[in-house]
Design a protein around this ligand. Sequence first.
Ligand code: PCD
Length: 793
Amino acid sequence: AVDFRPPGFENNDQKPIGYGRMLRKEDARFIRGKGRYVDDVRLPGMLHLAILRSPLAHARIVRIDTSAAEAHPKVKAVVTGAMLAERGLAWMPTLAGDVQAVLATDKVRFQGQEVAFVVAEDRYAARDALELIDVEYEPLDPVIDVRRALAPDAPVIRTDLEGKTDNHIFDWETGDAEETERAFASADVVVSQDIVYPRVHPAPLETCGAVADYDRVSGKLTLWSTTQAPHAHRTLYALVAGLPEHKIRVIAPDIGGGFGGKVPIYPGYVCAIVGSMLTGRPVKWVEDRSENLISTGFARDYIMRGEIAATRDGKILAIRTHVLADHGAFNAQAAPSKYPAGFFGVFTGSYDLQAAYAKVTAVYTNKAPGGVAYACSFRITEAVYLVERIVDRLADELGMDPVELRLKNLLKPEQFPYKTKTGWVYDSGNYEPTLRKAMEIAGYHELRKEQAERRARGELMGIGVSFFTEAVGAGPRKHMDILGLGMNDGCELRVHPTGKAVLRLSVQTQGQGHETTFAQIVAEELGIPPDDIEVVHGDTDQTPFGLGTYGSRSTPVSGAAAALVARRIRDKAKIIASGMLEVSVADLEWRKGAFHVKGDPTRAVTIQDIAMRAHGAGDLPEGLEGGLDAQICYNPENLTYPHGAYICVVDIDPGTAKVKVRRFVAVDDCGTRINPMIIEGQVHGGLADGVGMALMEMIAFDEDGNCLGASFMDYLLPTALEVPDWETGYTVTPSPHHPIGAKGIGESATVGSPPAIVNAVVDALKPFGIRHVDMPLTPSRVWEAMQGRPQPP
Ligand code: PCD
């Protein structure tokens, strides 16, 4: 194994990263209720904004009468799409290069779409005044089913796009269709399966909101907003609204969960800015739960046909898939520009294949836009679910144990770096030990024995396995950008005279604990205790430019930047130390936060001594500037590819068809582990997300396009009652190109867990001859399947 510990820490168990379970620095304020969220921002003279939303999924706007609302004594402004259109602000660009209405002008295109807004003296008055706006709609035929959207006679949703005569957005292909066809033709066994990954929602506890404060004198706009990417948002506001970028300050204060849902720019943010410019006063907009669920970015909504080809003895040859992707009314998917289907290209999974091919067809429907990477590095969740379901289907077809089939086909350590058939280069991996470890923790073989006994008694017990490889840390600027912005991240480190430091990051934490882990990285590199390092993030006026936090990219990109910026400081510190100790640089060695004279243990200077010297009086070595600061902009060489093996045990009540997750074993490999306690927390959270998606969560619509998941009564999130005590383990395969060998972890569990749970449920239902059931596996769906009834489309 490669030892990534910096020189001097080899024998030190108390080294800052990896070992100790350092508590989170930020929890001091969170557990005392002292976090400061957007809704906690209260400015003098602040007004409140509320948004009028469309009750219909598809309708022409005939007339809007705002006069009664304007007459409300507490109302300061009422704004419609027509008013925005006069200023060229009615439409805004989406992250996917489409346009989205800020406020509807011509038509409404999904239920919950923004139609008008009111700015009033208080929140209640703003809400009341919405009721006074009279909108006349002419209902149009809604297009809800993605398959119907492609029918030649389907109503055209995007009549705003010139020359658009259908609802087709794009076709995207990857892999080699012909080679894949040849592999399929030569195969002994071919299995195909239709698989739906339903529309789900990130549903963070804190909904979206903003406080906009435009100063008419200085021309400066300050925007507190729930964003995972403050710098990217600032640049987009500058480009859209024509405000000079240096006059915009975006502040993302504490964020109550993001999960990908706070990556896009939502109309509400733009409305708050317009409201403040119009009234000359600070304006706050905070959406409620239903608004969040019906209008902000959904995730998934992929209808997939998966096909797998193999030899009779279980060697997988090829995988092929066609996907119908429902993007809703505007293509607002969050993904790097050159990847219209995100990173779905990793659907070849963790296996050694001869060929692979995928085609993704994206379509407009009268549903909310989104396609956000909900705890998923851009559609990897869909890809992993597809491959792990069809591999299980193949195991069933071959009569092979699903673990044996996977062991036979997993990539071998000597194959890394491994280039997949769709062109991704997996940086490192050692898969078999990870799967073996999960089997050992679970007691896999005993579980199979227990299952046989229970089956004999008519009990429904299932064991499900999944193995995943993720691609996180977007990304190398030669391949990746968002709307033309390269996916690099900056980092700045200032070491003060007394040896305390401030680290400024371009990424933004939403609960992951960056204030702790980034301090740990610098502590590891410089020997300054984590408590002496202040981490600053989430404020464009105070941090270097970078693209933000999603796709588990903070550790792979900014974490690398933090290590390298600290090494820059260490290099300079070494020169200063050589002057202080009057020896040549070559005679110095670095140990435990100090430079020592080789062979003379009595002579050393600590990083704190050096910091004082760097800022103090007296000469520095020839040609050296004073101070001990450094800055870096890091361009990752590749993504990092964490992996994991999950095993789930379920019991199904034969009478009610209720699924109970009895056990869940998760063994993750995220390379070098910075903070094991935080990693466990990340994994626990992601596993709970996985239980939600597999068993409970779905944003459904009726045939008129009414959203049926608009509250937490209908959109069920798992609580402690629905999840088991997680059993976690880990292996460590460092990333060869990351300065400390770390890979991302934030999304692994959400990606890897749904297939393990569904595989377990289908395994339990084997006696019924059931081969697949689509998520969410609610009691009614499972019961219908047990009765042999057809599944809902
Ligand atoms: N880590 C460690 N080690 C390693 C890795 C990692 O320690 N190796 C840690 C860090 O430092 C941090 C965490 O852990 O703290 C995480 O990380 P990452 O993986 O790098 O990630 P990030 O970038 O930071 O973050 C992001 C993620 C995501 S993406 C999501 S969804 C989710 C997760 O994160 N979200 C959230 N998690 C979480 N948590 C919380 N609390 N909250 C939230 O919201 Mo997307 O794309 O956005 O969809």
